[in-house]
Design a protein around this ligand. Structure first.
Ligand code: 5CA
Ligand code: ZN
Length: 409
């Protein structure tokens, strides 16, 4: 699948430092030393509806990761998937009487537009679940041969007990796991499973559903977690730096994915850090396609909101916090964008070398975007109030805000 065009990332003087990031698995902040090529896998959308602010907030967090690494003079190998076949997508297509492939293509195209408008840097590999199927089948076969998977009425399940490290991503107790599994695509109630938590690796073809040739598995379609594992292992290999997504993916998705990969390879861990963004809410509830309480990025753009203001609204919240989208959040971002634009449009001004370091420091410290915004706010306030004679300052601030925060002034 093609991704979307990259906006240019201006080079800044000097070099940023290593990224420190909160890792759900070790439940603490770790310093990543990725070597010359940093490797990150970020779970992509299930394209049955348009990109909402919650999605955008999560992708913003991982875009910052990429920008910190680039500023740290690393190459970035970023992989993202599109879950372009799954139950929610098929159900929505059926409900609306449309072709599921057209629905997926249309919403993926809109996602690309939204990402481009928000200046999110594209992944190097953007891979759909459907195109990954030929790589998924042999992995499921290997798991079965290794005794880590079993059949139940033609479907193939992963045995969570095959990974001694199962549970070490999300740190939940058995009851919490069971509840979340039922809520998030699992089937803990299905009789005949070895462990109620065992997730499906391969679903035998159901009448009316799309299906693909699964070799010795028979016709069917892949489970959700093995999709991401197959794509990540194919393009990044084991031991990559960051597995990313929203906090609702910690369990079961990232827990199961890590176990699949660890059972397949015998290596541990799949990723050096499991990084989870907080949930954005609307009217007191998590913004979600299934609940329908959504603010779409595309709708805001159509209403004439500057994408740079949307981006600033996201950046005003720490990526790990849960927060609420309100009209005030957007109004504050619009006002901040105006102040910053006014400040950099003056021909000369207050020196900004310290500001570059402050923004760098803030982001390298577990992506503290609110602290980065506060630093730019302080410079902008001085710049508007006082008069300086540093001709290079406004340009340097524009480049810093663009390179590190993805905001074009
Ligand atoms: N296709 C799978 C991942 S493989 C999926 O979860 N798709 S999704 O469209 O439901 O979500 C895409 C990303 O947005 C995920 O990382 C998810 O955690 C994140 N996300 C969904 N809702 C919110 C929200 N309200 N706030 C923040 N992030 C969210
Ligand atoms: Zn995923």
């Amino acid at each position: 699948m093609h991704a979307w065009p990259a906006s240019e990332v201006p080079a800044l003087p000097g070099k940023g430092r290593d990224l420190q990031i909160h890792d759900s698995a070790t439940q603490g902040t770790i310093t990543l030393d990725p070597g010359p090529v940093a490797r990150i896998y970020v779970c992509g959308i299930t394209p049955y509806d348009a990109t909402h602010i919650g999605h955008a907030a999560t992708y913003n967090a991982f875009d910052l990761v990429q920008r910190v690494w680039l500023d740290n003079k690393r190459q970035v190998h970023y992989v993202q998937n599109v879950t372009d076949v799954d139950d929610p997508l098929l159900e929505r297509a059926l409900r609306d009487g449309q072709d599921w492939t057209e629905l997926a293509e249309r919403e993926t195209a809109l996602f690309r537009e939204d990402m481009t408008a928000l200046r999110m840097l594209p992944p190097r590999h953007y891979i759909g679940a459907v195109e990954a199927i030929p790589g998924i089948v042999p992995l499921v076969e290997r798991l079965r041969e290794a005794g880590a998977a079993y059949e139940l009425d033609g479907d193939v399940y992963f045995s969570v007990e095959s990974d001694p490290h199962f549970g070490q991503v999300s740190h939940l107790d058995a009851e919490a796991m069971r509840l979340l599994s039922a809520e998030r695509g699992g089937d803990p109630e299905r009789p005949g499973k070895k462990n109620p938590l065992d997730p499906m690796l391969w679903m035998a073809a159901r009448p009316g559903d799309p299906s693909w040739d699964g070799g010795s598995l028979g016709r069917g379609r892949p489970g959700w977690h093995i999709e991401c594992v197959a794509i990540a292992l194919d393009h990044l290999g084991m031991g990559f730096d960051i597995q990313g997504g929203g906090s609702d993916l910690a369990f079961p998705h990232h827990e199961m994915g890590a176990s699949h990969a660890q059972a397949l390879t015998g290596e541990f861990p799949m990723a050096k850090a499991y990084v989870h963004a907080g949930m954005v809410a609307l009217n007191g509830e998590k913004m979600s396609k299934s609940k329908g309480n959504l603010v779409f990025v595309s709708a805001l753009r159509r209403a004439g909101v500057d994408p740079a203001a949307i981006r600033l609204a996201l950046l005003a919240h720490h990526y790990r916090a849960d927060w609420e989208w309100t009209d005030e959040v957007l109004a504050e971002a619009v006002a901040r964008l105006e102040r910053w634009r006014a400040a950099v449009s003056r021909p000369d001004g207050i020196p900004a070398d310290t500001l570059v370091e402050e923004v760098r420091e803030a982001l390298a410290d577990d992506l503290d975007a609110p602290a980065a915004l506060a630093a730019v706010d302080r410079w902008a306030e001085l710049q508007i109030a006082a008069s300086g004679d540093d001709e290079s300052a406004p340009g340097l601030v524009s480049r810093t805000v663009d390179a590190l925060l993805g905001v074009a002034l």
